[in-house]
Design a protein around this ligand. Sequence first.
Ligand code: AMP
Length: 443
Amino acid sequence: MASFEDFKLNKQLQNAIAEAGYTVPTEIQQKAITPILAGQDVMGIAQTGTGKTAAFVLPMLMKLKYAQGNDPRALIISPTRELAMQIDEHIRLFSTYLDLRTVLLYGGLGPKTQKEQLAKGCDIIVATPGRFLDLYLEGDINTKSLKFLVMDEADKMMDMGFIGKIHRILEVVPRKRQNLLFSATMSELVRKIAGDFLAFPTIIEVTEQATPAQTVTQALYEVPNLKTKLNLLQHLLKDDESFHRIIVFCKTKTVADNVFHYLERKYGQEQVRVIHANKGQNTRINSINAFKEGNIRILVATDVAARGLDVSNVSHVFNFDVPIVIEDYVHRIGRTGRAFNNGDAITFCNPAEKYYIEKIEKLIRQEIPVYTIPEEVFIEKTDFNEKQDIAREIDNQKRKEDPDFKGAFHEKKHIPKANAGTKKPSRGKTTSHKGKPAKFRKK
Ligand code: AMP
């Protein structure tokens, strides 16, 4: 088995690696570090949890070696501030014994402190695309010394509509440089941006496209409505020994706030926090830190807010709602089972969400095992509005698949039947697991 010594990194880095507790390089590290050290452009298809951050941070630090001049020599672009913070943390961790200077740039805060830090001189910039460009255009960043450009989570970057900004950034950096691109999935857009960005890249794919880390155990509960989802969540959380550090993903800020208030009433303020785009930057950072330090047990989050969140030992990820951007499923469940730890990902799915489960299963090329709701959980009746919403959504899905479909809610507005559209789409192949899996069972 390969070891970190094989990479011939300098002593300072080796010490920092040992102190971080890394003993064996992960697959992406084994495959990427050597070509990056050799100066090649690299395209890495790797999801979060595979150790991809260290895979580019370590050789980058090795190449930058020590502080030099005032202008940055490396630029790392991240789609979100949380991911940028995580990358920055990795850099700080591994540069403990190096005197490299890193500046972290993201929006949502006034630029004053960031401008001051830039003015002092730096070697590495970690930035979100918008804030980087703003400060560049204001003359705070000189790009002439950039030799190393990394684009992390390129697929998310494309999903978030950053393509224009990325092209703008590529226009303002020197042509001669080493480029690295990481992405969890390989879409057409990612392929295109890779073509614009990389020169004869070494392509490294550590898992099959969009395969969840093997250390994550997945489970699916088919739950009729929101109130029953809350009952089931509360039931599973009673086992506070195994469910000790949990992220609950919700599709919208409103659902996240509702789930948060519900859990807060049950468990008190000390155990639960919520992060979403409407929370101030400082509140989000505080919540993430409190969660990381183990001071709170449950973090309720939306996808964008949780992107890049690097917390080790997350025991469980709950998909309170099935993600509609199906790639987010892989990202969400990548929060648990990170690098060699085991984790569980539990998804709640109402009748309208089965449509996305089927798409997710195609994407990950796996079936998610279905578990029956434990008897102790009270199954609530679906209230009228929710029933209508679910039926309407199922109609929309059917129409999307078959434009000739005339559902209960089609444009002619005829009065819907109460249960219109709730017919169980046949999963056919699905294995149904009777009762709770052993590991979810209360002792
Ligand atoms: P990443 O995929 O970069 O988000 O990393 C996922 C998690 O795995 C982070 O918490 C890293 O600190 C951790 N990690 C990365 N590489 C290793 C390694 N070789 N040994 C142990 N943990 C690692």
